[in-house]
Design a protein around this ligand. Structure first.
Ligand SMILES: [Zn+2]
Length: 168
């Protein structure tokens, strides 16, 4: 548990909206922009406990914006499973494959990035799936709110305090 530990951020309505680092959560608490809902035993400053879950003081309208694709997001969306051979691996052993290689104009978008194990990535090399004769397990989709929820779940699996806000 450190100042970088993930903190679940709830809307004023108790809906989970995002995850931030404890450092950021503490700033929000100190400024009165959020309230502490759950905390760890460890103290960070004086008698302030390390936050685990905070809730925004004022309801925030969450725009349905698209988030940029991130390595962590793509791995979570694909459930840490190679999209070519279906083998599940720890995050550290997975790579991110550009379905259409970058050198061929493929972008860093949710639709063009998939989790891929190292052997499959080597085998596919600088080819499209069709050229390589490798089929995708399922078409990659953009991150939607449910993906964010899925990410929050996978990040919060370690912290039982998050559960009641994420599983309903
Ligand atoms: Zn594979």
């Amino acid at each position: 548990m450190t100042i970088q530990s993930p903190v679940l951020v709830l809307n004023a309505s108790y809906e989970p909206v995002s995850v931030c680092a404890a450092r950021r959560a503490i700033t929000l608490l100190v400024k009165g922009k959020a309230r502490l809902e759950e905390c760890h035993d460890a103290c960070v400053w004086k008698d302030m406990r390390l936050p685990s879950v905070i809730r925004l003081s004022r309801y925030r309208k969450i725009p349905q914006r698209r988030h940029d694709a991130t390595r962590r997001g793509v791995l979570a969306r694909d459930q840490y499973t190679c999209q070519y051979c279906n083998a599940q691996s720890p995050a550290a052993r997975l790579t991110i494959d550009h379905v259409v290689p970058r050198s061929r104009g493929g972008g860093d978008t949710w639709e063009n990035l998939v989790a891929c194990c190292a052997p499959c990535n080597r085998r596919k090399a600088n080819r499209t799936p069709i050229e390589a004769g490798m089929a995708l397990a399922r078409p990659p989709r953009a991150s939607q709110l449910h993906t964010t929820r899925q990410m929050m779940r996978s990040m919060g699996a370690e912290d039982p305090k998050w559960r009641k806000y994420l599983y309903f």
